[in-house]
Structures are given as C-alpha cells and as structure tokens.
Design a protein around this ligand. Structure first.
Ligand code: ZN
Ligand code: ZN
Length: 193
C-alpha cells in the first residue's frame, strides 16, 4: 500500500521532517506478548529532530476495548448450547483464544500507561528530553488522495525560532513490513522483517 505524505519544513533554516515516521509498525514486547505501541510527533532534544515519541493518552479507549471484547467473549459462551459448541468446534475455540489474548495484551497496555505516563521516550534514540508537538499539520486531500496546499503549523523550531510549515507532497511511499520491537521502557530492541 502506498501512502501520501506531508512535509514539515522550517521557514527559517529549511530543516524538514515528515509525520510519516509515525506510520511504522511498532510494538512493545512483554515476554512473547506483543503489546500495542502508540506514537505521536514530538521534538527530541537529543536527536534535534521531529520524532515519533511514545503516546500514553488512550487509557479510557483501551478500557472500552477491553470491555467490548469481554462482552463478546461472554456472548460466545452464555448458554449451555454455546459452551457445548465451543468444545466441539475448533474454529470457535480459536476465536475465543484469540479474543482472550487480545484482552491480555490490552490489559498490559493499561498497566504500562499507568506506570509510564509522563515518562515518554523518543522512539528513535530513547531520550526523555522531549517537547510535545502542539502544532496542527492537518491538510486537505484532493481526489487523487494526495495532500494539497500548505499552512503554518504554529509550532516553532526549537533553538532556531522559525516556524514549521506543513506542505502536501505528491510523492507516495510504500510502507515497509518491518515491525519495530521495543522493551517496556521504550528502547528499540529488535527489527523483524
Ligand atoms: Zn529552523
Ligand atoms: Zn531522539
């Protein structure tokens, strides 16, 4: 799948980065369990660059997901007939096992949010010296699904003072299939292709 993208370019020094860095597939590894990792754009002092940084603001949404899956699990075994079918039908059994693993993975995410919120790391170098990117880089899409136009984001380039300008690009990128694996402290530990 190819995706359109946006450039964020400083109007004073021409430094430029793309929020497309957020689209890589990233997970935490907790033993053999993959825990969802969410990222947002931030300014990393160590990299001196706009980087994907950990995002821990989804506790309420994660809890809702857990509740929804638990309700689905419940409905798969809420009668004797359904419990009987679960024993006989391997496909149904596999669905139940898969849902249970999703719950376990989301519960680990909730625990991680409780423990690490306020301690977000740069997902490139692991530094905690971050500034949140509070600019707005949303642009319109045209009918070829490319971003068009340009607008000031309101976010100033730290140490430079120029402002990042969002500009649509018609260059499309193919997303790699690599999964970037992190430990529970937000350090990159493996790249799986
Ligand atoms: Zn600049
Ligand atoms: Zn960094």
């Amino acid at each position: 799948m190819s995706v359109p993208h946006i450039n964020l370019t400083c109007n004073r020094c021409d430094a430029s980065w793309s929020p497309l860095q957020l689209n890589k597939r990233r997970v935490y590894l907790d033993g053999s369990v993959e825990v969802p990792l969410h990222s947002t754009l931030g300014w990393c002092e160590e990299c001196a660059a706009l980087r994907p940084v950990e995002h821990f603001e989804d506790a309420a949404w994660t809890q809702q997901e857990i509740d929804a899956i638990q309700a689905e699990l419940q409905s798969l075994s809420d009668t004797r007939v359904k419990r009987f079918a679960l024993r006989l039908l391997p496909g149904k059994r596999a669905t139940v096992d898969w849902l249970a693993r999703q719950i376990s993975s989301l519960q680990r995410r909730l625990a991680l949010i409780a423990e690490r919120r306020g301690d977000e790391a740069c997902l490139v170098c692991g530094s905690r010296q971050l500034q949140s990117f509070n600019g707005d880089y949303s642009l319109e899409m045209d009918d070829t699904f490319s971003y068009v136009g340009s607008k000031p984001t309101g976010f100033l380039h730290p140490g430079c003072g120029g402002e990042f300008i969002a500009t649509g690009s018609d260059v499309r990128f193919i997303l790699s299939r690599t999964t970037y694996c992190y430990d529970l402290e937000g350090r990159l530990i493996d790249e799986r292709r």
